[in-house]
Design a protein around this ligand. Structure first.
Ligand SMILES: [Zn+2]
Length: 82
């Protein structure tokens, strides 16, 4: 199991804020959205695919998958808040 990089954690935390405390992106919420009750099983860059660094990109800091995963997570938060 890998751990998210500091950069990935900051991106996730600051990605989106809704109108209430419940409506915002968090590391725990992001992990739960994709892995349920399991611990984080993606790659360190924040990608849900555990083989992203070295496969989709070489550096830990330039993941282009993360925004797409986060968008999907935000849609789920907004959908659930209605
Ligand atoms: Zn990545």
């Amino acid at each position: 199991m890998s751990t998210l990089t500091k950069q990935a954690r900051e991106i996730i935390r600051w990605w989106w804020f809704g109108e209430t405390a419940r409506e915002r992106t968090t590391i725990a919420g992001y992990t739960r959205h994709y892995f349920g009750d399991q611990p984080w099983g993606g790659d360190r860059c924040g990608c849900v695919d555990d083989r992203c660094i070295g496969f989709h990109h070489n550096d830990e800091t330039d993941c282009e998958c993360l925004p797409a995963w986060l968008d999907d997570y935000v849609k789920a938060i907004r959908g659930g808040a209605k």
